[in-house]
Design a protein around this ligand. Structure first.
Ligand SMILES: C[S@@+](CC[C@H](N)C(=O)[O-])C[C@H]1O[C@@H](n2cnc3c(N)ncnc32)[C@H](O)[C@@H]1O
Length: 259
């Protein structure tokens, strides 16, 4: 039995023109697209992102797969099994399937589990990952806050899995990225206040999408919170100019002049 290839394709943070050429090529070439959504009645963000570029090709099958936004494995397992049954029918028929995932497939993506489990279910299956622009990169570019420069260190935290140690993390890392904010915003704000970092934090929801929202004064914007595509970026360093450029450029120029 010749199995199809399973692709995990990162489709970027939201703006259709942040799809990579490789992603477009793979998405157009496969006979089957697998498109995750969070409920049977909701739309798929991945499909919304790729549709303007890929279009509705009548020769291509689109599988909308529901993965509820739950942490409990017991609630997730039936959804996973259904997804494997659907995808498996095509893979076993020798058809390649591209699973389109928002952002990058290696960062908190459903594809991490899917790709690993596929190798257990279909030993020898070819799994390929196409990287995408992650929401972290998108938020860094929108806020013009560098993620890390020189010897700086960066922390990435999924806030809805507990932020008991957030105060310590904020103190130890130069840049902290808080993802999966959910209902944790009051606790995030409290930890930021405790560290005196509220003014160094920016909240961004739906980065690069038409509904993008950037909040620089976190204390005044509690009504903006609660979006499931939202993150907070915190940078301890005082920076000026585009990407904090003039902080680092002067010493570099001075070094070159010495040579
Ligand atoms: C399940 S993770 C997926 C991350 C994705 N794989 C990536 O590379 O960006 C979902 C979280 O990513 C963040 N996120 C994803 N897209 C975003 C966007 N366009 N703007 C802001 N945050 C986003 C939010 O923190 C959200 O809770």
């Amino acid at each position: 039995m010749q199995l199809g290839t399973l692709y995990g394709v990162g489709v970027g943070p939201g703006a259709p023109d942040l799809l990579t050429l490789r992603a477009v090529n793979v998405l157009k070439s496969v006979p089957v697209l697998a498109l995750p959504r969070s409920s049977d009645y909701g739309s798929s963000m991945a499909w919304k992102i790729i549709k303007p570029t890929i279009g509705e090709n009548p020769d291509q099958e689109r599988l909308f797969l529901t993965f509820p936004m739950k942490k409990d494995p017991a609630q997730l397992l039936p959804a996973w099994n259904k997804a494997f049954t659907e995808i498996g029918k095509h893979l076993e028929a020798g058809k390649s399937v591209a699973f389109a995932t928002e952002g990058d497939p290696s960062l908190y993506s459903t594809f991490i589990y899917l790709g690993r489990e596929a190798q257990q279910r279909w030993p020898g299956i070819k799994v390929e990952i196409v990287p995408g622009v992650s929401s972290i990169n998108a938020v860094a570019s929108i806020t013009q806050i560098p993620l890390a420069d020189g010897q700086e260190r960066i922390a990435i935290i999924p806030a809805n899995y507990g932020i008991e140690d957030l105060t310590r993390v904020l103190a130890e890392f130069d840049t902290t990225i808080l993802m999966k904010i959910g209902s944790e915003m009051p606790n995030v704000l409290a930890a930021l206040e405790q560290q005196g970092l509220t003014d160094k934090a920016v909240f961004v929801s739906k980065a690069t999408m038409a509904e993008q929202n950037v909040v620089r004064n976190l204390r005044e914007a509690s009504g903006a919170y609660g979006d499931c595509f939202a993150m907070v970026i915190v940078s301890r360093k005082e920076r000026n100019g585009v990407l904090g450029g003039d902080v680092e450029v002067t010493p570099l120029r001075a070094l070159m002049e010495q040579e």
